[in-house]
Design a protein around this ligand. Structure first.
Ligand code: PMP
Length: 347
């Protein structure tokens, strides 16, 4: 078997165990005579997988029954629109932190719906970074506040979750379940699945039920969080296979343990950052205290050398190291399922 070291930012490497289990069950899922892609989303086999994925996510995040876990199509980008459509009413203000391209993308959508206050803006700063606690200006009585915990493109990660005074919503697409956090501190967490959770095609949403209940009732049914809560994410046909893979990935993560995963993630990132810091040739692009454990971004002295680095890394089995097309450079994405062995080869 020829598995490469896959540094993709997403869709990204998945746990080999989960892929192999899916492979073994692909054509005939547990004696049902069909694959998960071919069975009713209202049948007992799929139902068990759907509910186990929900239970695993809730358990890993340590969330109480005050929260619902939802599977919604349209990726994290659809959440950028769905959040203000539900929660940003007329005469209200929502606070947004603009610390990178994804925060900016969320802001762009919110502005189409209502009034946005930028609580802090460091999107264009070099080195890339997250705002400090003293920079953040929250609006008293805001409808909600929105943060991006890990800016996938810039490689900056929020290490301390701020106190905002209004319902806190986090885009955790690229670092969900990479570390233990007080997940119960958030009114809502969302993540495109294709980095730490499974394949693309679905966003995982954890939402406090009392917050969801405040959502607008004058928007289309599919766009209301309340609909997906009431229907257990089965209002319409869900992306069954993606949710099945989330079930297998979260099973694997429960076996590893979130604390162990976090330690491994930090150790992996540190190995690369240490190598960068020990060299005069490589230059990290994020401010040291905000460096991401998930997306390690760095530059070489010239773009020609970067292209050569990517080519030669590829020849040595290290794939998808190219930085995001908007910024260039090198990006080593080392999500939960990325093996330590691959980090050692890169170093
Ligand atoms: N937010 C963050 C932090 C991301 O990294 C991404 C995707 N790379 C998105 C949002 C957009 O996700 P999607 O492609 O699922 O819409």
């Amino acid at each position: 078997m020829a598995r490469v070291y896959n540094f993709s930012a997403g869709p990204a490497v998945l746990p080999l165990e989960a892929l192999q289990e899916a492979q073994a069950d692909l054509v005939d899922y547990k004696g049902s005579g069909m694959s998960v892609m071919e069975m009713s989303h209202r049948g007992k086999e799929y139902d068990a997988l759907h509910n186990e994925a929900i239970a695993n996510l809730k358990d890993l995040m340590g969330l109480s029954d005050d929260y619902s876990i939802l599977f919604i199509q349209g990726g994290a980008s659809f959440q950028f629109a769905m959040i203000p459509m539900n929660f940003l009413g007329e005469g209200q203000t929502a606070d947004y932190v603009n610390a990178g391209s994804w925060g900016a993308a969320a802001i762009k959508q919110a502005r189409l719906i209502g009034n946005v206050n930028i609580a802090a803006d460091c999107q264009k700063d070099i080195p890339t970074r997250m705002p400090t606690a003293s920079e953040l200006k929250w609006t008293p009585g805001a409808a909600y506040s929105h943060i991006t915990t890990n800016e996938t493109i810039s490689g900056a990660q929020l290490k301390e979750i701020p106190e905002t005074g209004s319902p806190l919503i986090a885009d955790m697409s690229s670092d969900i379940l990479s570390r233990p956090l007080d997940y119960g501190k958030f009114a809502m967490i969302y993540a495109g699945a294709q980095k730490n959770l499974g394949p693309s095609g679905v966003a995982v949403v954890a939402i406090r039920k009392d917050f969801a209940a405040k959502g607008s009732i004058s928007i289309p049914t599919m766009m209301r969080y309340q609909t997906h809560i009431d229907e257990n994410s089965l209002y319409n046909t869900p992306p069954c296979f993606s949710i099945y893979m989330i079930c297998l990935t979260t099973r694997w993560l429960k076996r590893v343990g979130l604390q162990n995963m976090f330690k491994q993630n930090r150790d992996k990132a540190q190995l690369i950052y240490d190598a960068i810091d020990a060299s005069k040739f490589f230059r990290g692009t994020a401010k040291k205290e905000d460096r991401s454990d998930m997306n390690v971004t760095f530059r070489l002295p010239t773009e020609e050398l970067e292209a050569l680095f990517i080519k030669q890394a590829s020849e040595h089995g290290m794939k998808q190291l190219k930085g995001h097309r908007s910024v260039g450079g090198i990006r080593a994405s080392i999500y939960n399922a990325f093996p330590v062995a691959g980090v050692n080869v890169l170093v």
